[in-house]
Write a protein that binds this ligand. Structure first.
Ligand SMILES: [Zn+2]
Length: 111
């Protein structure tokens, strides 16, 4: 919930810097390994946005697949868990290089 409030605050602050009276759309990039449940995030965002300039905004969440890189054989591949072995060499030397992000990507506003 506090995560959703932070995102709404960021969007509202960015919009007011642009002189916006209303936010139409907020676009977020959420990594599938970030531990965030997209459905519940959506719900919390709508609740957190109530009575702000983002109150009627559409929250568009773009999921990003996890990516891993093997330090043993240098292979890159898709990851669906934070703890996995390399599909190429079988070693547990996988570094997570993507999929943990949670970024405010873009906002669309009415001036
Ligand atoms: Zn490997």
């Amino acid at each position: 919930m506090s995560l959703a409030m932070n995102i709404v605050e960021m969007a509202v602050a960015a919009a007011s810097r642009e002189g916006a009276v209303k936010i139409n759309e907020v676009e977020l990039v959420v990594g599938e390994l970030s531990g965030v449940l997209i459905d519940s995030l959506e719900f919390c965002l709508e609740a957190a946005a109530r009575d702000t300039t983002a109150g009627t905004a559409v929250f568009k969440i773009i999921p990003v697949k996890g990516r891993g890189n093997c330090r043993n054989c240098d292979a890159s591949f898709e990851l669906d868990s934070l703890v996995s072995c390399c599909p190429h060499c079988g070693e547990y030397t996988v570094e997570v290089i993507g999929g943990k992000e949670l970024n405010l990507q873009a906002i669309t506003i009415d001036e």
